[in-house]
Ligand binder design. Structure first.
Ligand code: MD6
Ligand code: FE
Length: 216
C-alpha cells in the first residue's frame, strides 16, 4: 500500500488522501450509478430495508439491507455477521456483479489489491437519519480494507481517531464518491452527520451507502 505512489501515478483522478490508509476517490462510482441503483432495487425486493435494533434497544435511523454470503445484523443479542436474513430466515441475496467489480477496482486503485468482499451492507438514509461515531470491528481480518460508496443526496462524513474522544475531521461526500479505508485507518472512529432534505435525480429524497467488507 503506497498512497503517495498512487497519487503520482494517477494525477488526473480526483483523489483525496485523508489520512494514512484512507482515500476518497471522487465520483469513482458515477459511471455505474444507475446499475448500482438497479442492484439495490433487486436486492431489497428480496431482503427489504428495515430499521434494525441496537443491542441497547434503539432503532437505527438508517434503514438497512445486505447482500453477499454474509450480512451484518444488529439486534438485542449484539452485532454480528450471519448468512441468513433474520427477517426471512433465507440466505441474503447474491452480491450483484457490478457491486463486486466496483469494490474490487476501487480497492485496487487505492493499493489494496485483490479485495474480495463477502458482505455488502446497504444503508438508506432519509432526512433526519445519521450514524453516530463507531468502529467497524466485527470482521475477522483487519488487514482487509473497507470500500464505501455514496449515492444520491450529499452528507458530511466524520473521520475520527482511534479513540472515540478524538475530534473527527469532516468530509463532505457526494453522489458517486468512494472511500477506501484500511491499513492504519482501519479502526478509526467514523460516522455521518444528519442527512438534510433534498431531491436527487437518481435517488429522490434519499442517500444510499454501500459498504463492502471481507467479514470472514
Ligand atoms: C455511511 N459508512 O457512509 C456509513 N464504515 O453511511 C460507514 O460506516 C463506513 O463509509 C467504514 C468505512 C467506510 C464507511
Ligand atoms: Fe462504519
Amino acid at each position: 500500500m503506497n498512497h503517495d505512489l498512487f497519487d503520482d501515478l494517477a494525477p488526473d483522478r480526483a483523489t483525496e488522501h485523508l489520512m494514512d490508509g484512507a482515500l476518497v476517490i471522487r465520483q469513482f462510482a458515477l459511471p455505474n450509478a444507475e446499475s448500482l441503483m438497479e442492484g439495490i432495487e433487486k436486492v431489497t425486493s428480496e431482503a427489504p430495508f428495515r430499521h434494525m435494533k441496537t443491542p441497547g434497544g434503539h432503532s437505527m435511523s438508517a434503514a438497512m439491507s445486505c447482500c453477499g454470503n454474509l450480512g451484518w445484523v444488529t439486534d438485542r443479542q449484539g452485532y454480528r455477521y450471519q448468512s441468513e436474513d433474520p427477517e426471512s430466515g433465507r440466505p441474503w441475496p447474491a452480491m450483484p456483479a457490478v457491486f463486486r467489480e466496483l469494490a474490487r477496482s476501487a480497492a485496487d486503485t487505492a493499493g489494496f489489491e485483490g479485495f474480495e468482499p463477502d458482505a455488502c451492507l446497504i444503508n438508506r438514509y432519509q432526512p433526519g437519519a445519521k450514524m453516530g461515531l463507531h468502529q467497524d470491528k466485527d470482521e475477522e481480518d483487519f488487514s482487509q480494507p473497507i470500500v464505501s460508496v455514496s449515492l444520491g443526496l450529499p452528507i458530511v462524513f466524520q473521520f475520527g481517531g482511534l479513540k472515540r474522544n478524538e475530534r473527527p475531521m469532516r468530509v463532505p461526500l457526494g453522489h458517486g464518491d468512494v472511500v477506501v479505508w484500511g491499513g492504519p485507518a482501519r479502526m478509526r472512529y467514523h460516522g455521518v452527520l444528519t442527512l438534510k432534505a433534498g431531491e436527487h435525480p437518481l435517488t429522490g429524497g434519499y442517500r444510499y451507502n454501500l459498504t463492502f467488507r471481507r467479514a470472514r
